[in-house]
Ligand binder design. Structure first.
Ligand SMILES: [Zn+2]
Ligand SMILES: [Zn+2]
Length: 309
């Protein structure tokens, strides 16, 4: 009788378990699909904006400033191409880099003798992980020297791709700064500063001032809007680049922004991020620049060769 009485409960329990498993696997699937959409959309929007700005500046703006058949125009075109290639190249390098703890050699996934107390346990990965490694919910793994998860490059920024991320934001800053100069001159030449400022614009209509035909005014709107968007992108890129250089200079990360435990002096700190070749890596994304270590051990400030958390 007891056995018969337990059967329905077992069935119910099994059914509940199956439903829970189905919901869990469905939510994980939805999460991965959602992340793929988020990363792809962010990257495509950024690439689209960069390419649109490139075409607009090279085909519409620069020929109004320089002779399109002259050397100066050619130089600016090559410079813009170089910047765009560096943005896309560093973006790609940051995307395809594996920063996870699992990317370490098998022998390095365990603390060496005397260092076990420096490692900490990740309850999600159920593993002991090295100092400065933190779990990322989006990547679903622990990342070596995790800085932050970037949806633009579709990856976590950490020990191995930090240099690519800094170069990526540097060229975003440089490109948007250069475009801002071109667009500023062009906006001035088109007298689109009138359109850029809504108060001036209201004054123009209020006083019935004819700027010069409806087509011109539409184009002036376009010029003024691009100029304002360009200003916004320049400020964002400047803030991002300044923050990243500040962190690299102090050998800290966004994850623990005020932590100066690993401060090795400016040169040692920059080597940790840029590698042995330091600023040469800014020239091209594929320049080799070996990092001083693999991200499992971290020397603590200027206190000798001790390896500490
Ligand atoms: Zn983890
Ligand atoms: Zn991540």
């Amino acid at each position: 009788m007891k056995v018969k009485a337990r059967r329905p409960r077992r069935h119910i329990r099994r059914m509940v378990n199956r439903v829970c498993q189905a919901i869990f696997s469905c939510s994980r699937w939805n999460k991965s699909i959602g992340l793929a959409i988020l990363h792809t959309t962010s990257a495509l929007v950024l690439v689209g904006v960069i390419l649109c700005l490139f075409v607009y500046d090279m085909w519409y703006v620069l020929p109004e400033i320089f002779d399109p058949y002259g050397l100066v125009y050619g130089f600016h075109l090559l410079l813009a191409l170089f910047i765009v290639c560096n943005i896309l190249g560093n973006m790609w390098a940051a995307f395809q880099c594996d920063n996870s703890v699992a990317s370490l050699a098998k022998s390095r996934q365990q603390p060496v003798e005397g260092e076990a107390h420096l490692w900490h346990y990740c309850s999600t990965c159920q593993l002991q992980v090295p100092p400065r490694s933190w779990h990322c919910r989006m990547c679903n793994c622990c990342i070596l020297k995790r800085d932050h998860h970037c949806t633009l490059v579709g990856n976590c920024v950490g020990h191995k791709n930090h240099r690519h991320f800094i170069c990526f934001v540097f060229y975003l800053f440089l490109g948007s700064g250069l475009a801002l100069i071109y667009n500023g001159i062009y906006t001035w030449k088109c007298k689109a500063f009138f359109v850029a400022d809504p108060i001036l614009m209201m004054g123009t209509y209020a006083n019935n001032i004819n700027v010069s035909g409806s087509d011109d005014i539409t184009w002036m709107y376009v010029v003024a809007t691009v100029f304002k968007l360009n200003m916004f992108s320049f400020v964002v890129a400047l803030v991002m680049f300044s923050l990243q250089m500040f962190l690299a200079y102090r050998n800290s990360t966004c994850y623990k922004i005020m932590d100066r435990s690993y401060d090795l002096g400016w040169r040692g700190n920059l080597e940790v991020v840029f590698g042995k070749r330091l600023f040469w890596i800014f020239l091209w994304p594929t320049i080799e620049s070996p990092l001083p270590h693999d991200g499992a051990q971290w020397p603590l400030e200027l206190s000798g060769n001790n390896i500490v958390v």
